[in-house]
Design a protein around this ligand. Structure first.
Ligand code: PEP
Ligand code: MN
Length: 263
């Protein structure tokens, strides 16, 4: 189902009154984690004003250490809904467990499956039984074929609304958090009709690389970007070093508008 041989046309996924895929760029922006009502409202208003189409925010966080901030959980989803109501931005948030699926289907506009759950086949099958748009991130060490097979798991259950995300892969290099595999976009577009977006924030792990990697993503034909934006990166509960401020995000949007049609 994900194979371009059987579906030559690019897939365009409808989400509310917007779409992802086709000849334009979708921008999803927001903090790694929802931290408070004032934080998410301020970031949401600022990314909206700068031209973002969707708001991201983690409520359930897959952290390497069990002692790190795990997210505001249900309260985080409530705060995202408040931000959506205030800004009109549809919301994107990561699901970690099948047990929360009904809640996510009801509350969020795009369900994110994180890199660590790319091969959680029970979760893939469960989201496949909904008709929600799914943002499927590439696993830390997953091949392109494995990513496409995970998309196939979702689609095999009847949900064709899958958006793929290249977010950097693990290599021997340690200077960056991950290594952005730009050529994955070209490969996926040859093999599949599904939209592909890039997450330059998790790929680099460094905020100052985000702008150049965003431009490079456009050059290889990505359908969109998911960018971490935080009101106070130095004090963020999660992923501060890779988060850009709302001011930098606005200037990034200004430069992306010169080279891409953002919608
Ligand atoms: C995230 O988007 O905050 C996240 C945890 O990403 P990934 O699953 O790509 O590491
Ligand atoms: Mn993050």
């Amino acid at each position: 189902k994900a194979n371009r041989v059987f579906h030559p046309e690019d897939t365009v996924i409808p989400i509310g009154n917007q779409t992802i895929g086709g000849n334009k760029l979708t921008i999803i922006a927001g903090p790694c984690s929802v931290e408070s009502e004032s934080q998410i409202l301020s970031v949401a208003n600022q990314v909206k004003a700068a031209g973002a189409g969707f708001l991201r925010g983690g409520a359930y966080k897959p952290r390497t250490s069990p002692y790190s901030f795990q997210g505001l959980k249900e309260e985080g989803l409530e705060l995202l809904k408040i931000a959506r109501a205030e800004t009109g931005l549809p919301i994107v948030s990561e699901i970690m467990s099948v047990s929360k699926l009904d809640k996510f289907v009801e509350d969020v506009d795009i369900i994110q499956i994180g890199a660590r759950n790319m091969q959680n086949f029970d979760l893939l099958k469960a989201v496949g039984q909904t008709n929600k748009p799914i943002l499927l991130k590439r696993g830390l060490s997953a091949t392109i074929e494995e990513l496409l097979m995970s998309a196939e798991y979702i689609m095999a259950e009847g949900n064709d609304n899958v958006i793929l995300c290249e977010r950097g892969i693990r290599t021997f290099e340690t200077y960056t958090r991950n290594t952005l595999d730009l050529s994955a976009v070209l490969a996926i577009k040859k093999l599949s009709h599904l939209p592909v977006i890039i997450d330059p924030s998790h790929a680099a792990g460094k905020w100052w690389m985000v702008e150049a990697l965003s431009k490079a993503s456009i050059a290889v034909g990505a359908d969109g970007l998911i960018i971490e934006v935080h009101n106070d990166p130095a004090n963020a509960s999660c992923d501060g070093p890779q988060s850009i401020t709302p001011e930098r995000f606005a200037s990034l949007m200004g430069s992306l508008e010169q080279i891409a049609k953002i919608e």
